[in-house]
Design a protein around this ligand. Structure first.
Ligand SMILES: *Cc1c(COP(=O)(O)O)cnc(C)c1O
Length: 381
């Protein structure tokens, strides 16, 4: 019953989301798969606590459904990117620790206080500003061990004035791995060594280094808390990861048409047919967040699962339409009114992302509001 609230509480998405039957692209979210992914990672993390990264609307699958499901599964620590996301998560998880990865935005100080948000602090001025604004309310300290993104450099962390970390309520010291998805990359061990050498601001502070892929790098990387994101949502983070798909994107089949060898398909006449062909036209395009780069370009086009087979896109992806080569399917397998899987259990999201020259993260978070969303048990949100 993890998603029991999903039917009573529409989340304010577009009104047409209440009518997935009339959708061009429909997205089915399997919250039980999300929960199984979290449990599997929590088991792997063993002694370390398993948090959940739910930034960017829980990687596009929907924060409003994801947070209650994860909380019910036992997750007690959440990470978001922005204070507004944190406030939304707070309403769904009254008792959780909620960290804001992008830090402290002083103009939103009242929001941090009201929602008991914990900023992840990454430079000296920010730490001082939080210490004076929050009077010792908990926060995390971000130390950059080799990514040059957010966080103090290790020497800056070591040189913080005595007492500042305590005045800023530092409960967690964290860093982020740049190359965790490449287990053999030398930077992993370098970052681990730098992180392990950091002095803790006080003995009770916890430490956290691993994202999804980092969890698979071994016990040494897990410290007190792990922070998986993509592996919760079905993206591959490691060959052994066994993450189940959570989101299934399907496009309505609008037409099936015949075309002759030598004719071209779509904008720019970018595809010239080598044989007499049957073409299924799908109601989804880049306006739905399906990448234009998945169509004909420098790379071979991505595939779509339709009529029981993985078949290639023909020509370019339009704003609202995609053409697929269904010549090799029996006619009865593909008919107008049917659905084609763009990604999900039969069409791995990582394969589609790779063919589009991107990553599953971008595909998931880029899904547009136009897609009709429903849950695997039939609810909409
Ligand atoms: C996004 C993010 C994560 C989660 O990363 P995944 O690769 O999705 O598991 C963890 N930590 C930080 C600091 C992040 O920005």
């Amino acid at each position: 019953m993890v998603n029991a609230t999903s039917e009573q509480e529409p989340t304010g998405r577009d009104a047409e989301d209440a009518f997935p039957a009339a959708a061009g692209l429909r997205l089915t979210i399997d919250l039980s798969a999300l929960v199984r992914n979290w449990r599997r990672l929590a088991g792997l993390a063993a002694a370390a606590e398993c948090a959940a990264v739910v930034k960017a609307d829980a990687y596009g699958i929907g924060l409003a459904a994801a947070v209650p499901a994860l909380r019910e599964a036992g997750c007690r620590t959440f990470f978001v990117a922005l204070p507004e996301e944190g406030a939304k998560a707070r309403a769904l998880a009254p008792d959780a620790a909620i960290y804001v990865l992008n830090g402290f935005f002083p103009e939103a100080a009242a929001l941090y206080r009201a929602a008991a948000l914990r900023p992840v602090l990454g430079h000296r001025g920010e730490i001082e500003s939080w210490a004076s604004a929050a009077g010792g309310a908990p926060a995390a300290l971000h130390v950059d061990t080799g990514m040059n993104r957010l966080g103090l450099r290790p020497d800056e962390a070591a040189a913080l004035p005595p007492g500042l970390a305590e005045r800023a309520g530092i409960a967690l010291v964290m860093s982020h791995l740049a190359c965790a998805d490449e287990p053999g990359h030398e930077l992993n061990a370098v970052q681990l060594a730098r992180f392990s050498a950091l002095p803790l601001p006080h003995p009770a502070a916890h430490r956290s280094l691993a994202n999804s892929a980092g969890i698979h790098l071994g016990t040494a990387y897990r410290f007190d808390l792990v922070r998986p994101g993509i592996a919760l949502y079905g993206g591959a983070s490691h060959p052994d990861a066994l993450s189940e798909p959570v989101a299934t994107a399907e496009a309505r089949i609008l037409q099936v048409r015949n075309a002759s060898a030598g004719e071209t398909v779509g904008y720019g006449a970018a595809e010239r047919l080598a044989r007499d062909s049957r073409i299924a036209i799908l109601s989804a395009g880049y306006a739905d967040g399906y990448p234009r780069s998945a169509g004909k370009g420098e790379r071979p086009a991505a595939q779509v699962f339709v009529g029981g087979k993985r078949l290639p896109i023909l020509g370019r992806v339009s704003m609202d339409l995609i053409a697929v080569d269904v010549t090799d399917l029996p006619e009865s397998n593909v008919e107008p009114g049917g659905w084609a899987e763009l990604f999900g259990p039969c069409m791995p999201i990582d394969d589609v992302a790779a063919d589009a020259g991107t990553i599953a993260y971008e595909l998931l978070t880029g899904l547009s509001r136009r897609a009709a969303r429903r849950h695997a048990d039939g609810g909409t949100s």
